[in-house]
Design a protein around this ligand. Structure first.
Ligand SMILES: [Zn+2]
Length: 94
């Protein structure tokens, strides 16, 4: 099995390094953690164990461990196509 997990000490060290490098903001949405709330999560590649960045709980929870960049781009295309004013206009001229 190739699943890698970070120990609590490794996670804390990675968190401290990322905060020093990038500031205490989510790598996706850019928000800082809530005051008095939980710290940002250390996000890592679930196949390799490599640390990717800091994520807020909301972004981390919304990013499946199996997600690929290709799949996420397809999701963005899908959402844009189904946004009012987008390509798919259900009920109009169909
Ligand atoms: Zn976020």
């Amino acid at each position: 099995m190739t699943t890698a997990t970070l120990t609590r000490a490794e996670s804390k060290a990675a968190h401290d390094r990322l905060v020093a490098l990038h500031g205490n903001r989510c790598s996706i949405c850019g928000r800082p953690p809530r005051e008095g709330g939980r710290r940002l999560d250390v996000d890592h590649d679930h196949k390799t164990g490599r640390v990717r960045g800091l994520l807020c709980h909301r972004c981390n929870r919304g990013l499946p461990a199996w997600a690929t960049a290709e799949w996420l781009r397809a999701c963005a295309d899908y959402l844009e196509a189904h946004t009012p004013g987008g390509i798919a206009q259900h009920g109009r001229g169909m």
